[in-house]
Design a protein around this ligand. Structure first.
Ligand code: AMP
Length: 225
């Protein structure tokens, strides 16, 4: 079972992708986390990606396809994979389909996690995340138990450099220009479901589970929340 989570910055796609992976026993592949880790470790991939990320731009497709191709080479699809933040362009979606087809796999479900730009800017101004395990907190709606400390692993919580308002607005522009065609692509394939992420996190989590028919049911256009 392969599920992709598509969502604008601040939509909560990372939080809900991670929770869904845990609930369903699937692996969770966040390209944003992989790239941030590569930047922190100053690897060749990190050096290539850093400038694009800091400017709120997408990392070029060739770099992303190499990353995903390498990941799929090391995996048989197992119980299931949740892709979080990939694909983000039409070329990536088509390239992914080719890579999967060669391995006898396909995207079973695409979930659009929907949010308005102003709400995303507001939400990201309050977001802190853990660079060690990827857990995310909102200082207003979901604060950590101990200030500055990750509930999950005890790591030090940080504000992401690309969560400043002007960078968030730049990331939103990239989302509209480059990622909205991906949504149309999955809609035309009949694999798209969508949820709105306005509302309390538990309510959204229930809507995500319903939209995915628990852990990815029969493909049909549906909308929850
Ligand atoms: P995210 O954590 O998913 O918001 O990703 C953070 C940043 O990593 C994005 O703003 C992009 O610069 C880069 N990135 C993550 N995934 C992709 C992708 N599939 N294609 C291009 N760039 C990506």
């Amino acid at each position: 079972m392969i599920i992709v989570f598509v969502g604008a910055p601040g939509s909560g796609k990372g939080t809900h992708a991670r929770r869904t992976a845990e609930r369903c026993g699937f692996s969770h592949v966040s390209t944003g986390d992989l790239l941030r880790d590569a930047v922190d470790k100053d690897t060749p991939l990190g050096r290539k990606a850093h400038e694009f990320m800091a400017a709120g731009k997408l990392v070029p497709d060739e770099i992303m396809m190499d990353l995903i191709g390498g990941l799929l080479d090391g995996s048989d699809g197992g119980e299931g994979i949740i892709f979080d933040g990939f694909p983000r362009t039409l070329a990536q979606a088509e390239g992914m389909d080719e890579l999967l087809e060669g391995r006898g796999l396909k995207v079973d479900k695409a979930l659009l996690v929907d949010i308005s730009e102003d709400e995303a800017v507001e939400r990201l101004a309050l977001r802190v995340s853990c660079p060690k395990c990827g857990a995310v907190h909102n200082l207003a709606s979901n604060p950590p138990k101990v200030e500055g400390v990750c509930d999950e692993c005890g790591g030090k919580l940080e504000v992401r450099p690309d969560d400043r308002e002007e960078t968030v607005r730049a990331r939103f522009k990239e989302f509209r220009r480059l990622t909205e065609p991906v949504i149309d692509y999955y809609r035309s394939q009949g694999t798209l479901a969508s949820v709105s992420t306005s509302g309390p996190v538990e309510e959204v989590a229930a809507n995500v589970a319903a939209a995915l028919d628990a852990c990815g049911g029969s493909p049909n256009e549906s909308s929850a929340g």
